[in-house]
Design a protein around this ligand. Sequence first.
Ligand SMILES: *Cc1c(COP(=O)(O)O)cnc(C)c1O
Length: 232
Amino acid sequence: MKYLKDNIDEIKQRAVKSAKKVNRDPNEIIIVGVTKTVQSNVIKEANKLGINDIGENKAQELCEKYSTINVDNNNKIKWHFIGHLQTNKVRHIIDKVDLIHSVDSYKLALEINKRARAIDKVMDVLVQVNIAEEMSKFGISIDKCDNLIKQLSDLPNIKVCGLMTMAPYSDHPEESRQYFRKLKKLSIDIKDKNYDNINMDNLSMGMTGDFEVAIEEGANIVRIGTALFGVR
Ligand SMILES: *Cc1c(COP(=O)(O)O)cnc(C)c1O
């Protein structure tokens, strides 16, 4: 799969370039390969070619791929759950994922905490913020974010590791910049509160169309589907 190697090399180079442009260490950028609708054999190949982080947005799809891939893959892959998560699906993924990017309510967090406790795990999560306040998007509003995080700091089997957002759809990457800046600022404001058990070190923002802008604005996790695996 030559195209895959070329795509991965290109995206890695572009990520390095963006990091260097703003004097950041390129090694701190994690590229999550977003593999919704991508077949398991392609995911394995991507992993061989150096994509160690895989993101899925549906619980069932993640579970199916996890069982086919992890059997002969020595668990090299870190699985990220990046989509809207219904509370009744938490128990299916809790033992499989390394990071849930999409916590946006206390109710969901309580369920994650409960299911994580049952398997003696502390689940790393990001809080998803609807930074542009779009009706169509999941995520908590900026106003309510601080309060949610305060509540999450009391849950022993959840560890908040940062924030995640999606910028509004646009053909122009520069339009995303204002939203990425807002998320960065929000994370600094929350960090300054020094809540127990809350870390704001991770910012998951930027996709195929705008990941370079996101890195310039402080993203350390970018979620890339189309540019690696082709148009869905
Ligand atoms: C699909 C998806 C992505 C990747 O989008 P591309 O534009 O294909 O890179 C990133 N984040 C989330 C939450 C997604 O659902």
